[in-house]
Design a binder for this molecule. Structure first.
Ligand SMILES: *Cc1c(COP(=O)(O)O)cnc(C)c1O
Length: 470
């Protein structure tokens, strides 16, 4: 399988060529040259598989340049009961008839990003060893991504992580989770500034091409194709759990920020998984809801990006969105380049033609928006009626998804984090702290390793040099 760029570069590249890359050289995102179609016989065969074996079947369609036995071993090491808590890996929790949560947040950092990042850790270690190379991952986080990356890369050969976070601004649990890691290859840099400052530093360092090459700087951000691919698996796993036969259809409601999670649902649907609707649920930062209602995509500035109680969805532009639009436009790279290159640079956004926009429904997409009041009410209601505590992001998904329930079609709401990560909002909704998963009792009391530094790319670069030279 080869990969191409959404902006037209079609130099043949295999999976392992793009595994360690971010954007394509022409500024586009990588996609496979085609989506393998899964027929009825294949679906029937996959229904009985364990999560890891299902993941192998799906991933091996897209990863043809790693020997099958090696790939199977990496996947089996990743999706285990020890790491994800249950044999199903992503079990369903039924709510009212026709609606269930699909739990994606029982990995080490209690958010769905572990689903992909844990595999990425294995793939990076394997590929770097194969090439005899090392990599220094530089990232910025406001919470979930950074901890998922650190827990995936801790102790891995050939990889160091330098993770910038805004000093004192993550939730107390998130800080404890990241800063308590004892592994020598993990470096927490607490930047005196806000998340945007952290992101600006990552950009500045990455744009210093000489530095980037010399110190082998890489990223693990949400545009990485391998992350998206790993997420495709749980749409199949959810479908098989929610249905008895492959004639049935299922809808998914997905709490969305950068469009990475729901884009994996789009890929699953393109492969032939019988998905009725993909519900894109946003919070007050409703760039995506606006697009799916109007056909206009308007990137927001920092000043128009709200800080909400579902903070992992506080985005001003959806970094994976270009992948879906490319498919929507019949894979017209010139038109994609015009919209995402020229129009966004010049006008801060674009509007599709009515004919282009009309196709959105053919792809199963609908959307909605949820607010702080909705979130709090949904958390309270779910606790009262079903005895289940959900986190604020999952609450957004449930609130928006319920508006689209169709009789006879199960709705799976993707649970993207456990409530303990966002205790303040749970306390507001329920009047008490959320339950704490076993094994994390003393987390806040563990010793912490982090380095406070000014919001300066030169200081960060100096730190990297110092810690790579040993
Ligand atoms: C990252 C994240 C999201 C948003 O996912 P995208 O792939 O960016 O759309 C939603 N909920 C939680 C808890 C997250 O960590």
């Amino acid at each position: 399988m080869n990969y191409l760029s959404t902006r037209g570069d079609s130099t043949p590249r295999g999976f392992s060529d793009i595994l360690l890359e971010g954007l394509a050289p022409d500024g586009g995102l990588y996609l496979p040259e085609r989506y393998p179609r899964v027929d009825a016989a294949t679906l029937a065969r996959w229904r009985g598989l364990s999560y890891a074996d299902l993941a192998f079947e799906i991933l091996s369609l897209y990863i043809t340049d790693i020997p099958a036995d090696d790939l199977r071993t990496l996947i089996r090491k990743t999706y285990t009961r020890e790491v994800f808590g249950t044999t199903e890996i992503t079990p369903l929790k039924p709510l009212e008839p026709g609606v269930a949560l699909q739990a994606l947040s029982n990995g080490p950092t209690l958010a769905f990003k572990d689903m992909a990042m844990q595999l990425l850790g294995q793939l990076f270690e394997y590929e770097l060893a194969r090439r005899g190379e090392t990599l220094n991952i530089l990232g910025a986080t406001s919470g979930d991504t950074g901890s998922a990356a650190e827990y995936a890369m801790r102790g891995k050969q050939g990889v160091r992580v330098f993770m910038l976070s805004p000093h004192g601004r993550m939730s107390p649990f998130q800080q404890a989770q990241m800063f308590s890691l004892p592994d020598a290859n993990i470096h927490n840099l607490a930047v005196e500034g806000v998340f945007d400052d952290c992101q600006d530093i990552v950009k500045a360092v990455s744009n210093d091409l000489e530095f980037k090459r010399r110190w082998r700087i890489g990223t693990v951000n949400s545009i990485n194709w391998a992350r998206l691919l790993a997420q495709v698996v749980y749409y199949f796993a959810g479908y098989f759990q929610a249905t008895k036969s492959n004639d049935e259809r299922v809808s998914f409601s997905v709490p969305s920020g950068n469009f990475g999670n729901v884009c994996a649902g789009h890929v699953a649907r393109m492969m032939g998984l019988p998905i009725e609707q993909l519900v894109v649920a946003t919070n007050e930062n409703d760039v995506l809801d606006e697009f799916f209602r109007t056909g206009s995509y308007r990137v927001r500035g920092a000043a128009d990006t709200h800080e909400t109680s579902s903070p992992s969805m506080d985005i001003s532009k959806a970094s994976n969105f270009e992948r879906f639009v490319f498919d929507l436009l019949g894979r017209d790279a010139a038109r994609t380049r015009q919209l995402f290159g020229d129009d966004i640079a010049r006008h801060g956004g674009f509007t599709l033609t009515p004919a282009e926009f009309a196709r959105v429904r053919e792809f199963g997409f609908v959307s909605g928006k949820s607010t702080h009041a909705d979130r709090v009410a949904t958390i309270r209601d779910t606790q009262q009626r079903f005895g289940v505590t959900i986190d604020p992001h999952t609450a957004d998904g449930l609130k928006v998804g319920r508006a689209y329930v169709k009789p006879g079609t199960p709705l799976l709401v993707l649970e993207t984090a456990l409530p303990i990560k966002f205790a303040a909002t749970i306390l507001e909704a329920l009047g008490h702290e959320p339950p704490r998963p076993a094994g994390l009792e003393g987390l806040e009391q563990l010793p912490r390793r982090f380095k406070v530094m000014p919001a300066s790319s030169a200081t960060v670069q100096a730190y990297i040099v110092e810690n790579c030279s040993t």
